[in-house]
Design a protein around this ligand. Structure first.
Ligand code: UDP
Length: 487
């Protein structure tokens, strides 16, 4: 076929973790819905089963089968992982996390062979697959990194990396100002990642990620301009020194079909219709939705406090809860489910989150501040109670509470991956945050007004002619241009 007539072939390689797979599948879908784009997604068999139906529906929507999933086997046993442990949501210990990263790095060679065979025009790969930049370089194609976070967090992390403001405070709890940002942002040492505070095996991974970013063509960001204009500009002008960071989100908004929303990321544990039916019978804005992301990192003692806070708050709720800590079997207070029957819905596993957030009965979201969850909350126009746990979640919290002012802090102070290293937040604190979030008064009304305004802006951003839609056009043009110049 004449190369001029060939569709642009973009290859996606997401990290096998829900918080990365889900938005990258959405991005792949957004590309697939554009004319003259061919899409390849590289993943493992188990992860493929989670996204296959979405891909099939995308083909129906676009009217052509232009997306192919290519399978790579994760060498689990070679890396010391149990067989079939193909997603970070199946990993339970720190040792397993490191083994998981080792298994992923062993995909370098098979991935290179795949790229040699497929010859895509561009690779969009996860930040945690830094060696993909070497593969792209070998075949003279651009590699774009996907970090899965906001411009705000990218700016904060870079400032801390560059200026180490946390080293000039006397204690872990003394606040410091994050230098040279558009707003005065305060953090404490206890809120920044352990691998930034001290050297850990993860510090090495982060260094490789940074090195690969610098060698990459650019970055794709799941955000929209109107949400964080100062940070889009700051990141482009001060951090990377170019406009090769494209904002194309909120990517969750590409899921218009009910099935796509209900099955996003995984098959929901609850029947989506049953869940919607339950919400239909509630007053608008009355339900609190509580979910801590895909990794279920809350320990038994903390789950117990959340249960009691929900019960004593006496408001309707949906709570996505699962105890992954085998040591703490009992976490539900005695008789809790009977007493809250009718008032609360407990989902013990995967929930259809985007569908729930977009139901008019939902009035507030208690979230662990994973970037996908926050942006999904923003896109749905819902105010939030912020409860960060680890990763860059404490940064994300600042954007929501200090800059955008659409959230109430629950009061988490310590970054910790393991539930046992985390302070248990008592039911009184949780109840206070829920009451502030869901209650009346000028502050709460103002939060709701702003959240709803941002929700409208988010929807406009992804419509034809909106800021994110235009940046996706620009990205596609830039990839094409790269190919023409490389010839
Ligand atoms: N999610 C979901 N159902 C669940 C839990 C999570 O659909 O029961 C989705 C959620 O909508 C989001 C992703 O999983 O898209 C979680 O990503 P996030 O960045 O919020 O947190 P992480 O899981 O990476 O900590």
């Amino acid at each position: 076929m004449d190369s001029e007539a060939r569709p642009l072939h973009v290859l996606f390689f997401p990290m096998m973790a829900q918080g990365h797979m889900i938005p990258m599948t959405d991005i792949a879908k957004m590309f697939a819905l554009r004319e003259e784009v061919q899409v390849s997604i590289v993943t493992t068999p188990l992860n493929a089963t989670r996204i296959q139906s979405t891909i099939d529906r995308t083909a129906q929507l676009s009217g052509h089968h232009n997306t192919t999933i290519h399978l790579l086997q994760l060498p689990c046993s070679e890396a010391g992982l149990p067989d079939g442990c193909e997603n970070l949501d199946m990993v339970t210990t720190q040792d397993m996390i490191m083994a998981f990263f080792k298994a992923i790095s062993l995909l370098h060679h098979p991935f290179e062979q795949l790229v040699e065979r497929l010859r895509p025009d561009c690779i969009i790969s996860d930040m945690f697959l830094p060696w993909t930049v070497d593969v792209a370089e070998k075949f003279n194609i651009p590699r774009l990194a996907f970090h899965g976070t906001s411009f705000f967090s990218l700016c904060v992390s870079e400032s801390i990396r560059k200026h180490s403001p946390h080293e000039s405070v006397a204690s872990d709890t003394e606040p410091f100002l994050v230098p040279k940002l558009p707003h005065p942002i305060e953090m404490t040492r206890s809120q920044i990642p352990e691998h930034v505070r001290t050297r850990t095996p993860f510090t090495d991974i982060e260094e490789k990620v940074k090195e690969a970013d610098l060698k990459s063509y650019g970055e794709v960001v799941n955000s929209f301009y109107e949400l964080e204009p100062d940070y889009v500009k700051h990141y482009r002008e001060e951090v990377i020194g170019s406009d090769r960071a494209w904002h194309i989100g909120p990517v969750s908004l590409c899921n218009k079909d009910e099935k796509d929303m209900a099955e996003r990321g995984n098959k929901a544990l609850i029947d989506a219709n049953q869940c919607m039916h339950w919400l239909d019978s509630r007053e608008p804005g009355s339900v609190i939705y509580v979910c801590f992301g895909s990794l279920f990192l809350i320990g038994g003692a903390q789950l117990m406090e959340i249960a009691l806070a929900l019960e004593e708050s006496d408001r309707p709720f949906i709570w996505v809860a699962k105890n992954t800590d085998q040591m703490e079997e009992k976490w539900m207070p005695d008789g809790f489910e009977q007493r809250t029957k009718g008032k609360g819905l407990i989902i013990r596993g995967w929930a259809p989150q985007v569908m729930i957030l977009n139901h008019q009965a939902v009035g507030g979201f208690v979230t662990h501040c994973g970037w996908n969850s926050l942006l999904e909350g923003v896109a749905a126009g819902v105010p939030m109670a912020t409860w960060p746990l680890f990763a860059e979640q404490f940064c994300n919290e600042k954007l929501i509470t200090s800059v955008l002012r659409i959230g109430v802090e629950v009061g988490a102070k310590v970054w910790a991956k393991d539930a046992k290293d985390r302070q248990v937040i008592g039911r009184e604190e949780i109840k206070r945050a829920m009451a502030q979030l869901m209650g009346g008064g000028d502050e709460a009304d103002e939060r709701r007004r702003k959240a709803s305004e941002l929700g409208e802006m988010a929807k406009r951003a992804v419509e034809k002619g909106g800021s994110s839609s235009l940046d996706l056009d620009r990205l596609i043009d830039d990839i094409k241009m790269y190919g023409q110049q490389a010839k």
